[in-house]
Design a protein around this ligand. Structure first.
Ligand code: NAD
Ligand code: DAU
Length: 365
């Protein structure tokens, strides 16, 4: 769905530590990197929480340039050992607790992984970089979110890299805390860190709790499609393949100490997005228990503190690195719906008792 044809530069060989590589964006990034840079080495460190799924990486298991390590980014001695023995020069840091609704139910894990975990990686990478005499090509890419900027009104300008931070949920507050630490390690120690703040991703391998997979799966199961509040909240949808192409450019050409916003240029109201998904389901799925799918749409109690609108101004990465998103929301949603239709055993295996308990807490209590 997206291409690296635009990535026309000479590429030094890298050894990457990809944290959270068994999650949604991390797995897509590993596929992108291993496909496009087969001479690089990719080491995945992932704790395999409920959101991590080693089978997402099955294609690369056993390949010479790929290794999977199960472990926690908060485990300093493990991180030290990996950095040294694998001679890591680049960290692509995706590992996080990532779901806003879970952060409302239980924020502690978010502070632990997102803040303490990022701090642990920074400390370990700083020591490693100094021990190697501070090579110029080392990079620490911190993958963050547009939610750190808070919520926009309908008429507000989109978020730029200089929009003040105003996080509203425990999730976004923990990501904001991690961003500040990453920024400080560049400012204070000149550790070559880069931060990216992206909008809502969608595409293959996204865990069923997030809006788009949840709606696709519920259509196929004939369950209600729960739209929070009045459904007028707006998100800026970014196809995950486009996000990976942007991160690729940032690693190869981004400047240490900089922040880059990455957005899909696809602002859509939630209710409109759910309607689009229903239409795609009606067209592409032969075995829907309820048809038309929009009969399943149910307005439910709003998420506490629900941010109204996110929108990204991605002009900095466009002008400085030449990146623009290639996939429209129409194309990306069609591709994504087809993926969930063709990978039923993938998502069925994730609908565990534990997931059902979470679901009941959010939607039935
Ligand atoms: P995800 O929840 O799908 O995956 C997170 C991964 O991190 C999982 O594989 C999990 O096992 C792993 N993990 C969690 N805690 C860990 C720990 N302590 N040690 C090691 N591994 C751990 O998340 P995602 O949607 O792929 O998001 C990846 C990153 O991108 C996150 O940092 C998130 O904040 C950011 N982000 C996501 C979106 C989005 O729309 N999904 C948008 C903006 C930013
Ligand atoms: O903006 C980037 C962020 O996007 C990332 O930092 C987060 O990791 C990622 O989870 C995502 O956060 P959101 O809260 O925007 O995504 P989510 O898929 O949970 O919800 C998208 C919108 O849909 C939001 O306005 C809430 C609404 N929603 C969500 C669910 C799960 C519903 O109306 N019903 C639902 O059942």
């Amino acid at each position: 769905m997206s291409s690296v044809d635009q990535l026309n530069f000479s590429v030094p060989r890298r050894t990457l530590l990809v944290t959270g590589g068994a999650g949604f964006i991390g797995a897509n990034f590993v596929h992108h990197w291993c496909t496009n840079y087969p001479e690089d080495r990719v080491i995945v460190l992932d704790a395999l929480t409920y959101a991590g799924n080693r089978s997402n990486l099955a294609h690369w298991e056993g390949k010479e340039n790929f290794q999977f390590i199960q472990g926690d980014i908060c485990d300093r001695s493990l991180v030290d050992q990996i950095l040294q023995t694998e001679a890591i020069d680049t960290i692509a840091h995706f590992a996080a607790e990532s779901h806003v609704d879970r952060s409302i139910l239980g924020p502690a894990a978010f502070v632990q992984t997102n803040v303490i975990g990022t701090f642990t990686l920074l400390e370990a990478f700083l020591q490693h970089w100094r021990a190697k005499e501070q090579p110029e090509h080392f990079r620490f890419l911190h993958v963050s979110t547009d939610e750190v900027y808070g919520s926009l009104n309908t008429d507000d300008q989109p978020f730029t890299e200089s929009t003040p931070y105003a996080p509203n949920s425990p999730y976004s507050a923990s990501k904001a805390g991690s961003d500040h630490l990453v920024r400080a390690y560049y400012h204070t120690y000149k550790l070559p860190t880069i931060i990216t703040n992206c909008s809502n991703n969608y595409g293959p391998y996204q865990f069923p709790e997030k809006l788009i997979p949840l709606m696709c799966i519920n259509c196929l199961l004939g369950k209600q499609l729960p739209v929070y509040g009045d459904g007028q909240n707006i998100r800026d949808w970014l196809y995950v393949g486009d996000h990976c192409t942007a991160l690729d450019l940032v690693i190869h050409q981004g400047l240490p100490g900089e922040t880059y916003n990455i957005g899909g240029n696809n602002e859509v109201k939630n209710i409109d997005l759910v309607q689009m998904l229903c239409q795609l389901m009606d067209e592409l799925a032969v075995d829907l228990p309820i048809r038309p799918s929009q009969e399943l749409i149910t307005f439910v109690q709003d998420r506490p503190g629900h941010d109204r609108r996110y929108a990204i101004d991605a002009s900095k990465i466009a002008t400085q690195l030449g990146w623009t998103p290639a996939v429209t929301v129409t194309e990306g949603l069609r591709h994504t719906v087809k993926w969930y239709l063709m990978h039923r055993s993938w998502w069925k295996s994730l609908l565990s008792k534990q997931y059902q308990e979470y679901y009941n807490k959010v939607y039935l209590s």
